[in-house]
Design a protein around this ligand. Structure first.
Ligand code: TXA
Ligand code: MG
Length: 370
């Protein structure tokens, strides 16, 4: 069929183009600097208004930045999945500021939960419990348990309180990318896709909260993080460790839906090398020259202060808190330098080391054990 280009037709075509353009147009992301020690209430109110109107705000927690929406409203929560490009079966963590909120979000609170809450809330610990009817299925990725945590960060607490609703918040990165520990990381990934970023500076802990499933007979560790396994065991005794955390078994059916996806990855390919110090160093040297011969840009993350002649060597130090705080930031710095391969020296899985190694393993393309 031929369309005659009358004035009317041209007008209609222009209008259609206009609508298409508007739909694709980037939203303006407002970045508000806010005092992490004493969050200004006027700024918190602006952010809370956005949450209440069903839109998205990124905000700092003590672990990483979160991308928040009203956890009880399906339409709002859907926007999180779209902005991040997150698979819809990967459930979200609900953030609360008051213990009374826990009671309405879950069916039953076991003793183990009370013991852990007394010791670690507010803080980097997420509890998985049987959900109540109030929680929409979209928030839990369609399953009948719900993950809940009470963050310690003052901005996060004030935002939840002022919004008057529990806030669902995954890490505020594009799905699969390293989690954000600064507001710049958030805007690099999500600028134009969300309404606001509350910039409260660098987050303290740097890796995400520990996730433990208390909805079953024996508590099950799903994700090691800010609270260590040893700290948890000291309070509640026996904990099963999900097999996927002990060894990289990709084919295992996972209890935490998020486990089956690749995570935290910079653009570069990470190769993790685990074993005794001297042998790992030899291996790194050999791989370094091999990749250099292929014309690749090679980065190295090491805990031993050796002078490798790589394109970017990052000395991780031996303080686990500092290592965790800088891990994701370092991944993004390798990307900024357009590194092709990152050789990472493994560390002991004790204390915070378990969480750090879990992030590196999940980001890794290859793991070598010597
Ligand atoms: O520190 C943190 O936890 C950060 C900050 C923003 O609070 N949030 C965070 O969210 O890391 P996210 O969505 O990136 O990771 C949540 C993890 C995923 O691995 C998910 O599969 C798991 O928690 N999870 C959530 N609900 C679950 C449930 N009902 N059962 C099992 N795993 C669950
Ligand atoms: Mg995440």
């Amino acid at each position: 069929m031929m369309i005659k280009l009358t004035l009317d037709n041209i007008r209609t075509l222009n209008m259609t183009a206009d609508i298409l353009f508007k739909n694709q147009a980037k939203m303006q992301t407002k970045i508000l600097k806010i005092n992490p020690k004493k969050p200004q209430i006027s700024k918190i109110k602006q952010a809370a208004k956005i949450i209440k109107s069903g839109n998205l705000v990124a905000f700092p927690t003590e672990t990483v930045y979160g991308l928040g929406a009203n956890a009880l409203d399906s339409k709002s929560v859907k926007k999180i999945f779209i902005a991040k490009g997150r698979p819809s079966d990967n459930p979200l963590i609900i953030h609360i500021s008051d213990i009374a909120d826990l009671e309405i979000l879950v069916d039953y609170i076991p003793n183990t939960a009370h013991e852990l809450i007394d010791k670690f809330w507010p803080g980097p610990l997420t509890l998985v419990l049987k959900k109540s009817k109030l929680v929409p299925k979209i928030t839990t990725g369609g399953i009948n348990t719900v993950a809940i945590r009470m963050p310690e960060n003052k901005i996060a607490q004030a935002l939840i309180r002022e919004s008057g609703v529990p806030i669902a918040a995954p890490s505020a990165n594009i799905s699969g990318r390293p989690s954000p520990t600064t507001s710049e990381h958030v805007s690099n990934d999500l600028d134009g896709k969300i309404s606001m970023i509350l910039d409260g500076g660098k987050t303290n802990i740097g890796i995400e909260s520990t996730v433990i499933d208390l909805s079953r007979k024996t508590p099950l560790l799903l994700r090691p993080g800010g609270v260590t396994l040893e700290q948890l065991q000291y309070i509640i005794g026996k904990i099963t460790i999900h097999p996927i955390l002990q060894e990289r078994k990709t084919k295992l059916i996972s209890r935490s839906p998020g486990m089956k996806y690749r995570h935290y990855s910079p653009n570069a390919k990470i190769i993790l090398i685990d074993g005794p110090n001297d042998k790992v160093q030899d291996k790194i040297l050999r791989l370094l020259s091999q990749f250099k011969k292929q014309g690749k840009k090679v980065g190295i993350m090491t805990t031993v202060n050796t002078r490798y002649k790589s394109d970017m060597t990052v000395f991780l130090g031996n303080n686990l808190d500092v290592m965790a705080a800088n891990l994701f930031k370092t991944f993004r710095e390798f990307d900024a330098k357009k590194i092709d391969v990152i050789l990472v020296q493994g560390i002991s899985r004790k204390g915070l080391g378990l969480g750090i190694m879990n992030r590196v393993e999940k980001a890794a393309y290859k793991k070598i054990k010597i």
